[in-house]
Design a protein around this ligand. Structure first.
Ligand code: 5GP
Ligand code: MN
Length: 339
């Protein structure tokens, strides 16, 4: 429950601040960028602020208004560090614990700035000075819209703000197919459409700009690299470093592919493994009551939402596959239950 008192405290923090860092999670997705850029567009006419992301974002989000002012921590370390250090307000968007931004966290702590969370993930860390958290929101962008509207900060020229909010809602709900069984995302969208938002155009910019190699990688993964395990109603897809090289893999190219595994009839748990030099990134998706947040926390040092979570496996990709089969065996009671 986000009380009026929380909104008031947030307003005071913004009005009293001289410099604000807006920080999104690593491997920023449509909602991480959408929520932080929307916040930037709402406040930048009267505040000195920048968006800082830990690492690169996918090229299909590069068109988003405001990406030119984003600092990428991995690439602009000194600049980003100095901006955070001299901020007196830090707003963390679309993640729930400073542990997720490991290398940035000590800089935030050393800055002595007030640290505010705006997020919709389960189990937010109680360590923030102020938390605007609602696990029932479709997206952090939905929350940012509500906060900005409530505080009276909606920009006069709303186009850039609108596009960013909409990208966040659209991408975090799989184009309004999950996490949106409440009216708010539709009300916000209706409001933005009335102000001139072109939803078909934005859908096209995000989803219809695949490179040829990205589409061919998708075909290859579905055809050759997906394993279906019907007895556990599970499936997984593995993307090795060799395949990344062969298909000229770029950041974001595997976004959404895990959902194909989940779209098979009867499958309730899907995993996507991406091999990196020192670890395997794990993306988990589920249907119904099966909580991948719990699985990600228990086995992969991660977390997320009930039906979408992620983490890391400190293994080779082959070992990660074997480990996953063991996890299925260990949790067969959960997996074989109807729901
Ligand atoms: P994805 O599979 O798309 O990378 O992530 C799915 C969801 O899980 C997102 O909401 C994301 O924020 C969350 N998530 C992904 N990786 C991690 C992680 O390493 N730790 C935590 N706590 N959450 C994660
Ligand atoms: Mn989100």
């Amino acid at each position: 429950m986000i009380t009026d008192n929380i909104f008031q405290q947030f307003r005071d923090l913004i009005e009293n601040s001289k410099q604000i860092s807006l920080i999104a999670h690593p491997n920023p997705d449509g909602d991480a960028l959408g929520s932080s850029l929307a916040m930037y567009h709402a406040l930048h006419s009267f505040k000195n602020l920048r968006v800082i992301v830990p690492n690169s974002f996918p090229s299909f989000l590069e068109w988003m208004p405001g990406t030119d002012q984003i600092m990428i921590f991995d690439h602009q370390f000194r600049q980003a560090e100095s901006f955070i250090k001299s901020s007196d307000l830090i707003i963390c968007l679309d993640f729930n614990t400073l542990k997720r931004i490991d290398r940035i966290a000590p800089i935030i702590k050393a800055s002595g700035a007030k640290c505010v969370l705006i997020d919709h993930h389960l189990e937010p860390d109680p360590d923030f000075d102020l938390a605007i958290s609602n696990i029932h929101a479709s997206s952090t962008s939905e929350l940012v819209f509500d906060v900005i509207e409530k505080l009276g900060y909606l920009p006069q020229d709303i186009a850039a703000f609108s596009s960013c909010i909409y990208v966040g809602i659209m991408t975090d709900t799989g184009s309004f197919s999950y996490s949106c069984n409440h009216g708010r995302p539709y009300e916000i969208t209706a409001f933005l459409v009335d102000k001139g938002l072109d939803v078909a155009h934005i859908h096209n910019l995000v989803y219809d700009t695949f490179s040829e190699s990205r589409i061919r990688l998708l075909g290859h993964l579905l055809n050759k690299r997906m394993k279906v395990i019907p007895e556990y109603r599970a499936a997984f897809i593995s993307l090795s470093m060799a395949d990344q090289k062969k298909y000229n893999y770029q950041v974001g190219d595997s976004e959404g592919i895990v959902n194909y595994a989940l779209s098979i009839q009867g499958i309730r748990l899907a995993a996507f493994f991406t091999e990196k030099p020192e670890l395997v990134r794990v993306s988990l998706r589920s249907k119904g009551n099966l909580s991948v947040n719990l699985l990600a926390r228990k086995y992969y040092h991660g977390g997320g939402h009930k039906n979408a979570a992620g983490g890391n496996s400190y293994n080779t990709i082959r070992k990660a596959e074997i480990e996953f089969r063991k996890i299925l065996e260990e949790n067969k009671v959960l997996l074989q239950n109807e729901s």
